[in-house]
Design a protein around this ligand. Structure first.
Ligand code: FES
Length: 230
């Protein structure tokens, strides 16, 4: 794994941090990198979706959920971390009226999606506070926020859109897929299945689809909603 210099690693709210790394990187919307900011332990690198890419840097929005991400959150500017990728299949570049729907850390990949897709609105759900709202407003037509007891699925009129591109907790995506049934709206979902190797070798991330078991890390993480068996 190659080492790269951290140029930003700041807390943005809701236990999430924005990490920016210097360098020229590849990656499409919805793909992820494997990151590690430690030597031997924890054993596994962490799969984190691409939040943004520009000419000289790549950004990741991550949530502190365990030992690895805790260590990541302590990395300081100018220190180096290890990075490998991009991995996985991301969102297709659809055309039409598009809603990006994210819940919690699921909002992370949707920023790069918004930069690549014209004519999109965002529906973002959080527990207590909205994060990076201004940044999303810069790349979307409209940004709608749901907080606490209100869910993104409550504020979204699905039939207004040709495509829904979603990322978030499984119940949210299952509900969104159900909401599109019997409509002309198509949906792509990025699954958040637990991963270990990240490269298709361990089967930890297996998910069920209409076409049999698939590897979330290699065949996904993005799938057409109608293909996924929740
Ligand atoms: Fe190992 Fe997907 S994480 S096969």
């Amino acid at each position: 794994m190659n080492m790269y210099k951290v140029i930003e690693n700041r807390y943005v709210g809701e236990d999430m941090y924005l990490l920016r790394i210097e360098g020229k990187f590849e990656g499409k919307m919805g793909q992820f990198y494997m990151l590690r900011a430690w030597d031997k332990f924890p054993l596994l690198s962490r799969p984190i979706s691409i939040h943004d890419i520009d000419e000289n840097s790549i950004s990741f929005l991550y949530k502190v959920v365990g030992e690895g991400t805790q260590i990541l959150s302590k990395v300081k500017v100018s220190e180096t971390i290890k990075l490998e990728g991009p991995y996985g299949n991301g969102y297709e570049k659809v055309q039409g009226k598009v809603a990006l729907v994210g819940g919690g850390i699921g909002v992370a990949p949707l920023y790069l999606v918004a930069k690549n897709i014209e004519n999109c609105d965002a529906y973002l759900g959080f527990r207590k506070e909205a994060i990076l709202e201004e940044e999303y407003k810069e790349v979307c037509n409209e940004v709608h926020i749901a907080i606490g007891d209100k869910f993104v699925t409550d504020i979204l009129d699905i039939e207004k859109y040709d495509y829904i591109l979603a990322c978030g907790p499984t119940p949210m995506m299952e509900k969104l897929v159900k909401m599109t049934e019997g409509t002309n709206t198509k949906i792509m979902v990025s699954l958040e299945n637990h991963m270990a190797c990240g490269v298709g070798a361990c089967l930890v991330c297996t998910c069920k689809t209409q076409f049999g078991n698939k590897k979330t890390c290699k065949d996904g993480p993005v799938f057409w909603g109608e293909d996924v068996i929740f």
